[in-house]
Every structure is written in C-alpha cells, then in structure tokens.
Ligand binder design. Structure first.
Ligand code: SF4
Length: 438
C-alpha cells in the first residue's frame, strides 16, 4: 500500500506517480539500497507494483559477486526485452555492481541490452531520480487523470539534514503563464486533477515579475477547462500564509487536503534541524487551517532518530501527532546524508531505537487513519476515478482518501458521488450513489 504522499524529509522533488517494481539480488547492502530506493520513489508518489509486468518503472538492483548472481541478472535482463517491446513507455533501470563491470563477450552491456533506459552505479538513487525528473512528468505518468506540474525547483531553507539546496540550488519559480499552458495541454490529454509541485511550494513566486504568491497562482489557473481538482505540495509551515489558507477555503477546485511537514514535535530538535518554527507555531497554524477549511485533512512528514533525539523529545513528536490526527504520515528513520550539516553530527540513535520509534508513529497513524475513515461510513462523498486495479475502480476523495468501487463501467476520469460501504485504515469501499446512471 502506497502511503507516501509528502516528502519534505530531504527527499528530492517528486517528478511523477506510477508503479515501480524493484528486483534485487545480492548482499544485504543491495537489499537495503532497494528499500531506500522504494522509500524515495514512494515519497514521489510512486506505488509498488506486484510484478514487473504491472510497473511503469522497473529497476534491477544487481550483484556480480558470484557468477550465478551475474547469470541470473543477465537472464532477467534478456527476459525484460519482451516487456519493453510490448510497452515501450516502461522505464527500465539497472543499478548495482553489474554497472561498470563488462561481462565476457564482444558486446558492451549497452550494446547487448539497448532497451535499458538507465545504467547506474550502486546506491545512485539520486541519479535515477534526476533522470526521472529530466524525462518530466508527461513521460513518467501513466494515469492521464491525475497529473503533476512542477511549478518551482530548488529550496532556500537549508534544513540541516537535507541535500536539496546543495543539489537543486536556490528556489526558481516558473511563470504562471507557462504553468497554465502546461495544465491546458494536460487537460487536453485527459487530466482532470493537477497537483502543483515544489520542494517549498508555499514560497512560490519569489523573484518572478510581480512576485505572485501560490494563492495568486491558484486563482490564475482555477478556470483551466477540464481540470476539476487542484492540489499542491509540499509546504513549509513557516511559509504557509493566511492568504493561501483562504484560497483553499474559497476556490471550489482546490481540494481540502494540506501536506504540512512537521519533522519533529520537539522545539530543541526543530531548532537543531533549522526548521525555523516551534511546535506552538505549528499547532497554531493547524488551528487556523481547521478554522478556515471545514473537513480539511492533513498529512505530514516526520523524521525519527535525528542525532541526539532523546526519548522525551521523541514523545513530544508522538503526542503532537496524536493531538493533530493525520490521514497520512511519511516517516523517515534518520540517516546521514553526506554534504549536509547534520552529517557532521554523530548518528547516535541506535537503529533498533529508530525502528521502535517508527513503529510507534505507524501505530498512531493507523489509529487515526482508521477513525477518520470510519467517520465516512454511510456517507456520500465525491470521488475522482483514476484507474482499474484488480477488478475494482480506484479513486480518491477530495481529502485524498483512497476509495475502491466494484463496477464494470468505464469510470476513468469521472467525478462521481459514492456511498461508503466499508472502511479500513488505508482505504474505503463504496458503491456509486443511486441515480448516477452508470
Ligand atoms: S524545506 Fe528545503 S531544505 Fe528543508 S527539507 Fe524541504 S527541501 Fe530540504
């Protein structure tokens, strides 16, 4: 189940959504690398596919320490040729120790497997993500219904654990006219929902002529024909203005769902992370959002096990999460990132403690998510249907809750009222509301 909806935890800007499949051979390092890659991809909105055949991005994480492992990799690579022929839009990446080692024979790897899109050395997750960025959302998004549009790149914030400002540089916003043009083009190709993307999307517009804000941009693109829903991510709590809250509350197409990365509930940890807000300011912001936007759902990011995080400091995070009640929490166990300020600190929270803290956060999330979904039971809500998976139509509510409906009609791209018949923590089931004529 893909639970990652926001990724301000130092993860790079997401470039698309789709299904990924990672196949791994080799040592524990390789498996750990694959897990990390999965987290990064989910942080960008990708969901895991059960098989390579169902994926839009297939990654082989390879090992050549043993001859047998190398042979398995080469066999698997040959087998993927058929998939690429059937679905040329599938992206195929090979990473790990096979890359850079030329197997015996007259042909190089690139010549032997010309249908591989990316060859990457071990642990080169960022390079893969950069490649996906370079291809752009249009090429990476399989669902024509819900699309992403990057409205800015880079970040000026220098959170201590994050590499983005060094890698992506300072904030650069795209002019509203460019963004609108891209949205019109996507709408012409079937998009009904657009998510505006940026590392720090609520500081959009600095440096542009007239310095339009994100609220201004939402007003300017609100009437793009064919687009029925607008979302944006991800925000920095210090930059989320009352004007933006009012725009969400007043613009019909802007969905009442806000991603608000917390990272920590401890003022001391927040200070050391250089987040530039306190837990009190964060909670005050949550209160203002809830007062202005009825029924709003909130999602967040947290990092557990930041250097020096004590048990008490972690409990402050946990109590805040419990107090707010989120529908999604993207949890990152801290790991140092070379080149960042935090990497100079001792990574002194043991891995098993980080793991315990992660599980405690998951437990809070599951409890709240289940209760928030339960409140929908028997209710009528509007769902935008995206695709059919395992015989059921999958869609989302305005508050970004996943809904499945058993129906044989083609519902792709349709915005329909449904009645919720079953709820769990991660999804709900529903039937089309009566008199919908489908
Ligand atoms: S606000 Fe900028 S520096 Fe901080 S985590 Fe997000 S991208 Fe990284």
């Amino acid at each position: 189940m893909c639970q990652a909806h926001s990724s301000d935890s130092g993860l790079p800007l997401r470039s698309g959504s789709g299904r990924y499949y990672v196949w791994t051979v080799g040592c524990q390092m390789n498996f750990a690398d694959s897990r990390r890659l999965s987290e990064l991809l989910e942080g960008r909105g990708y969901c895991e596919a059960a098989t390579a055949d169902e994926a839009d991005l297939v990654v082989l994480n390879t090992c050549v320490v043993r001859q047998s492992a190398e042979e398995r990799v080469l066999g698997r690579l040959s087998a993927l040729k058929g998939l690429k022929e059937q679905r040329p839009e599938v992206r195929l990446a090979v990473m790990g120790c096979l890359v850079g080692v030329e197997p015996e024979g007259p042909l190089s790897l690139g010549e032997r497997f010309p249908y591989v899109d990316f060859w990457l050395p071990p642990s080169a997750h960022e390079r893969l993500l950069d490649h996906l960025d370079a291809i752009g959302p249009a090429a990476t998004l399989p669902s024509p219904v819900s699309r992403y549009v990057t409205i800015m790149q880079g970040c000026n914030n220098f959170c201590s654990y994050c590499i983005v400002p060094y890698r992506r540089g300072r904030e650069q916003s795209r002019p509203p006219t460019d963004i609108r043009r891209e949205m019109e083009d996507l709408a012409a190709h079937g998009a009904r929902e657009i998510t505006l993307l940026g590392q720090n999307v609520d500081s959009y517009g600095r440096g542009l002529l007239g310095e339009p804000t994100l609220a201004d941009l939402l007003h300017q693109v609100h009437d793009v024909d064919g687009i029925e829903r607008l979302r944006f991510l991800t925000n920095h709590p210090k930059d989320l203005s009352d004007g933006l809250i009012r725009a969400v509350a007043s613009l019909r197409k802007v969905c009442e769902h806000i991603e608000l990365p917390l990272q920590s509930g401890s003022n001391e940890v927040l200070r050391r992370m250089n987040r530039r807000y306190t837990r009190e300011q964060y909670l005050d912001l949550v209160e203002r959002i809830r007062a202005e936007i009825p029924g709003v759902s909130l999602a967040t990011d947290v990092i557990v096990g930041y250097p020096g995080e004590t048990h008490e400091q972690f409990l402050q995070t946990l109590t805040l999460l419990d107090q707010v009640g989120y529908t999604a929490i993207h949890i990152a166990c801290y790991s140092p990132r070379e080149g960042t300020a935090a990497a100079l600190l001792p990574d002194d929270v043991p891995e098993e403690v980080k793991d315990e803290r992660r599980r405690a956060v998951e437990e809070v999330l599951e409890r709240h998510s289940a209760a928030l979904n339960r409140a929908f039971l028997g209710q009528r809500v509007e769902v935008l249907f995206e695709e059919r998976t395992r015989g059921k139509w999958r869609g989302r509510t305005r508050t970004n809750r996943l809904v499945f409906v058993d129906n044989n009609t083609d519902l792709r791209g349709r915005l329909l009222p449904v009645e919720i018949t079953w709820t769990g923590p991660w999804s709900m089931q529903a039937r089309l509301a009566e008199n919908e004529g489908v």
